[in-house]
Design a protein around this ligand. Structure first.
Ligand SMILES: Cc1ncc(COP(=O)(O)O)c(C=O)c1O
Length: 321
């Protein structure tokens, strides 16, 4: 019934207390979330380490799942401790050495009025082997498209929450960028400043200073973002948090995405499609190659997530395989 070719090593998923074969259909087609996007989710990675798979910053991801749930007035049917244990067990169950993990809380079937008052909140968690989000672009660098669609504003929805419905905008803009031949989209916000990618934060480097924005610019303050800021400080880099204009972005020495799925991926070219009335202009960012600071941060990040740097082992939760 389902085509599993994109998830070759995902065998079982967890749903409301039980494991099911990956191809097992089990939610009602009238589930509230399917119709209205009333779901919240997390994207988490586990990495192969010498002590078995380790989940990166698991408590922070579980906390954020609960924060997102509160935005949709969800009563989460499991505790943080239970969810943490299920995440570890699902890695073991699928015999994964490294994994992308997707917990999803959603309003299930009960009623289809816009207010899900009779729709129970359900939880499912899947894990599978997922390589680099943009494939070879993680090394080579990405060519991005500054979207004409402005990011949903923080005065319109709580953008610090991972709300399923918000990702409709991400999916549309991601598809648009790819259909025009770019690797990924970049959103400006309603103020016209740089916001974020469809599922990524953005950093720029100018004259040796590392800069990123925060939630006041309508972005999800990512867990990778926080990790990169901490690594940068420990490496003695000057960091700055504040708004980034489109010009700051286009004229930066280095630019990169951060995110659980994309990890640290340089942006080396950009096309400005932000004004649909104007001709689309193409830009090379910095030297058009991965910059030194990006490389240095990525090297430390990649070592940290794999348990190779003692100072960052505090970020790892071993799945105990
Ligand atoms: C919209 C958006 N911004 C930023 C990020 C990066 O967040 P994190 O580093 O926690 O994955 C994500 C991914 O979760 C996202 O979906």
């Amino acid at each position: 019934m389902f085509n599993n070719t994109r998830f070759p090593r995902a065998k079982k998923f967890w749903y409301m207390g039980k494991l099911y074969d990956w191809n097992h259909p089990n939610i009602h087609v009238m589930s509230h979330a399917l119709h209205y996007g009333t779901s919240v989710f997390e994207g988490i990675r586990a990495y192969k380490t010498s002590k078995g798979p380790a989940v990166f910053r698991l408590p922070e991801h579980v906390d954020r799942l609960f924060h997102s749930a509160s935005t949709l007035s969800m009563e989460v049917p499991y505790s943080k401790e239970e969810i943490t244990e299920v995440i570890k067990s699902i890695i073991k169950e699928n015999k994964l050495e490294s994994a992308y993990i997707r917990p999803l809380l959603f309003y299930s079937f009960g009623n289809l009025g816009l207010v899900p008052k009779f729709s129970p909140v359900e939880l499912t968690i899947g894990a599978w082997d997922w390589g680099a989000y943009l494939g070879g672009k993680t090394e080579k660098g990405a060519n991005v498209y500054i979207s004409p669609w402005k990011r949903i504003h923080h005065s319109q929805l709580k953008m610090t929450a991972k709300l399923g419905g918000v990702y409709v905008q991400s999916a549309i803009s991601g598809m648009e960028a790819r259909s025009l031949g770019y690797d990924e989209a970049v959103f400006l916000n309603l103020e016209g400043n740089i916001a974020e990618g469809p599922g990524e934060n953005i950093f720029i480097v100018k004259a040796g200073v590392l800069k990123t924005n925060d939630k006041t610019e309508s972005v999800l303050e990512g867990i990778t973002r926080a990790s990169v800021l901490e690594i940068a400080k420990n490496l003695g880099l000057e960091t700055h948090i504040g708004l980034m204009t489109k010009e700051d972005f286009l004229e930066a020495d280095e630019v990169f995405f951060t995110g659980t799925a994309i990890e640290i991926t340089p942006i080396i070219r950009a096309a400005d499609g932000s004004n649909p009335q104007a001709e689309k202009k193409e830009y090379t960012i910095g030297s058009g190659k991965t910059g030194d600071i990006t490389q240095k941060l990525a090297k430390t990040f990649n070592g940290a997530v794999r348990g190779n740097i003692k100072e960052y082992e505090k970020w790892l939760s071993y799945a105990g395989v």
